[in-house]
Design a protein around this ligand. Structure first.
Ligand code: ADP
Length: 741
């Protein structure tokens, strides 16, 4: 009994293992998993039948159990064969044979159970072992060997397929097939032993449990793991980056091909004290614990030339799943190409910046140089206008004045453009009155529009605030540019400017200007180009209209500077509307009221605004004709004017005489205006005399710069006689000035 109990216990254990394995086999999604599961299921039947054989109480029970056992083994082998066929990727054989063998197995199973009728497969006999325990054993007839032959045929076919696959595959894959081969051979050996020694029970069935576990382990854990390890190692070796791994004791455990080749080292050569690791660690600060990125370069011989190879190195800790420190790694990324590319890019950028600066400097210089002679042309022309009685000559001089104004506005555009390019444009916010600004615009364009017989209408929301705070100068420039274009590109009708606000709060609002004309309009395809620098659209039609194609570029940049927007809509031969929105702050919220404009007569002849026969001024300029211009412009004010053609001469004169105002040119041969200013304001009689910088330097911020140096005020060339007179009234001693009303 003792013997039988052992059989039952071992068999039951095998069943439990197989049940667990079957459950685990559910994870295998491939078709062969299903076949293995069925083989297991019939294995469980076979073992159960085996238990019944062991515990049989009579021959009939033993006969039924043996039938169940033999037929279960048939199906185990059939499903195992199916598994082998699929697992070794012989899908064609599977498709062609599965029905055939299934039918054979079915016949075989029937034949086994028919043993009850024909006694052609096996007979039962009892035998006692040395402990006196009775077993029911089987003896075989010839048909049993047919059943055995069928089973062995399938096992043989499985073996052939597996051996064939082992020969065809390599390393990791070979191992998984070998395992299956081993399991099959073991099953056969145990079965043979059972028959050869006529054992009471077939021990091979017990091995099914172990076999199931082994196969499951091979398919789900061993194979993917080892495959992954091999694949990752290969991929890391093929990487275009160097990888060096260290364990927790800082001993190198792996270096990929890239690292080994680049640093001509082997795994054992990499250590924290060897190069390049040691200098990388030093660069990171403290040896050992500081992780991060660092870059380093190495000189390498390429042919006969020594070249620099750059690396970005990442030094990182290696942690396990529970964040425990298990080592560290270095990753070397070759950044030579990237560094070269960046260097080339930086160089190209520096060159482009230099070229751009040179261009801006050239433009600024040119406009400065053009302003100087223009000063004399316009100044002396003014004298002709003032002094001539001859109508024809006055007409010529008026033409010179107009052309001069156009030339000046071109120079100003170029100067503005170069300032924008050099990022020198600054926002200067002041308090201003919107009506005053609009009046100036209207007055500025009145003469021009009258000549072309156009109207310029301005309407302004009466509820807008009286005083706003913003960059009035640039806003004025934006409106002038757009209005000037509107007048320029309109032949009939006129220009309407309307002003309103939106998003108004107590402190802020967005000013909206709609400037519409009834002019030639802009074609749809040209609309997107109108803001491009130096680009004029519809050149054929506009050939006779003066322009540089810079006005709108500057306007757009200025609006950007003021954080506003500009939009345009246009219809050819109907007209164009520019809508400008600019955020402004509110200084005084009182409603501005209705916009009233009183036209100022344009053709008032010149009349000096003051007389100061007792005042004495000094004008310093190295260009004689400029001195002549100032003298002529101020002739009717009766001022006493001393002239100096250089800094030294001016300093000498200032030591002798006390002046009421000094007009001092900036650009002169040494000492220049600024040096002269410093000497005059420190020594001599004129330390507290107002000194006004007189210069063709009209760059943005120039005025502020001169004032910072200490100049009392600033006057740009070409000199406008009304501005000059205004300044003198402001700075001459009040008692010496007699205003001319
Ligand atoms: P330009 O100095 O040529 O006037 P702008 O930059 O001011 O240069 O304008 C660019 C182009 O846009 C002009 O050449 C003109 O063809 C077109 N344009 C600008 N404003 C108008 C307008 N109000 N009506 C028709 N065309 C315009």
């Amino acid at each position: 009994m003792y013997n039988k109990a052992i059989y039952v216990i071992v068999d039951s254990l095998a069943i439990i293992i197989m049940l667990i394995t079957m459950h685990a086999l559910g994870r295998i999604k491939e078709a062969y998993g299903k076949w293995l599961k069925f083989a297991m299921l019939f294995g469980i039947f076979a073992i159960t039948a085996n238990i019944f054989v062991a515990v049989s109480v009579n021959e009939t029970m033993a006969a039924v159990s043996y039938c169940a056992y033999f037929s279960s083994i048939d199906w185990v082998i059939l499903f195992l064969f199916g598994f082998c066929v699929l697992y070794t990727n012989h899908d064609v054989i599977y498709k062609k044979t599965r029905h055939f063998f299934a039918v054979l197995m079915l016949f075989d199973t029937i034949s086994i159970f028919l043993n009850f009728l024909f006694n052609h497969q096996f007979y039962i006999y009892t035998s006692q072992n040395e402990y006196g325990v009775t077993f029911f054993k089987t003896g075989f007839y010839s048909f049993y060997y047919l059943h055995l032959a069928l089973d062995y045929l399938l096992i043989l076919l499985s073996l052939i397929l597996i051996i064939y696959r082992i020969k065809k595959s390599y390393s990791v894959y070979r191992i998984k097939y070998l395992l299956i081969l081993f399991v099959l051979i073991f099953v056969i050996l145990l079965n043979l032993a059972y028959m050869a020694f006529s054992l009471a029970l077939d021990a091979s069935v017990v091995f099914y449990g172990v076999a199931g576990v082994l196969i499951f382990f091979s398919i789900t854990i061993f194979e993917p793991r080892s495959l992954m390890l091999i694949s990752v190692t290969r991929a890391v070796d093929d990487m275009n980056e160097g990888l060096v791994l260290f364990d927790i004791t800082d001993t190198c455990i792996y270096a990929n091909s890239f690292a080994k080749e680049r640093f001509s080292m082997d795994v054992s050569d990499f250590s924290f004290s060897s190069e390049p690791i040691s200098s990388i660690l030093k660069r990171m600060g403290k040896t050992g614990n500081v992780y991060g990125d660092v870059s380093f370069n190495q000189k390498v011989l390429k042919g006969k030339k020594e070249i620099n190879v750059y690396y970005r190195v990442k030094y990182c800790p290696l942690l396990d799943r529970r964040d425990r420190h298990i080592g560290s790694y270095f990753l070397f990324e070759d950044t030579t190409e990237e560094t070269r590319y960046l260097d080339a890019l930086t160089e190209a950028r520096t060159n482009a910046d230099k070229a751009n600066q040179a261009k801006s400097a050239f433009l600024a210089n040119m406009s400065h140089e053009i302003r100087t002679p223009l000063n004399s042309v316009l100044g002396l022309n003014e004298m002709i206008l003032r002094n001539s009685e001859d109508k024809e000559i006055i007409d010529y001089a008026n033409n010179i004045k107009q052309s001069g104004a156009v030339l000046l506005s071109l120079i100003n555009d170029i100067l503005d453009f170069s300032k924008i390019e050099a990022n020198k444009m600054e926002v200067i916010n002041v308090e201003y009155n919107l009506h005053a600004l609009l009046r100036d615009i209207k007055q500025y364009f009145e003469q021009l529009s009258l000549e072309k017989n156009l109207y310029v209408n301005i309407s302004c929301d009466e509820n807008l605030p009286t005083t706003l705070y913003g960059d009035e100068k640039h806003l004025r420039q934006v409106l002038s540019n757009i209005t000037s274009n509107a007048v320029k590109y309109t032949k009939e009708g006129g220009v309407s400017i309307s002003v309103r606000s939106k998003r108004r709060t107590d402190k802020k609002l967005v000013l909206v200007f709609d400037i519409s004309d009834t002019g030639i309009g802009i074609a749809d395809e040209d609309l997107k180009h109108i803001f491009d620098a130096f680009r004029r659209v519809n050149e054929a039609q506009n050939a006779t209209i003066q322009g540089t194609g810079l006005g709108l570029t500057i306007t757009k940049e200025l609006i950007g500077l003021l954080k506003g927007t500009i939009n345009v809509s246009s219809k050819q031969n109907v007209g164009t509307t520019f809508t400008i929105e600019i955020p402004q702050e509110i200084a005084d919220n009182t409603p501005i009221g209705s916009f009233i404009y009183k036209p100022i007569s344009q053709s008032t002849p010149y009349k000096e605004s003051f007389h100061a026969p007792n005042a004495h001024i000094l004008v310093v300029d190295d260009v004689m004709v400029n001195l002549k211009v100032v003298e002529a412009l101020l002739k009717r004010t009766l001022l006493k004017i001393d002239k100096a053609t250089g800094g030294d001469e001016a300093i000498a004169m200032c030591k002798e005489k006390k002046y009421d105002v000094i007009l001092l040119d900036h650009r002169m041969p040494a000492p220049d205006g600024i040096e002269t200013f410093k000497v005059i304001s420190k020594e001599g009689l004129n330390t507290d005399t107002p000194i006004i910088a007189l210069t063709a330097n009209a760059l943005s911020g120039a005025e502020a710069e001169y004032k910072e140096i200490g100049f009392t005020d600033y006057l740009s060339k070409p000199i406008k006689s009304d501005v000059l007179e205004e300044l003198l009234i402001k700075y001459l001693p009040k008692e010496k000035v007699e205003l001319n009303k």
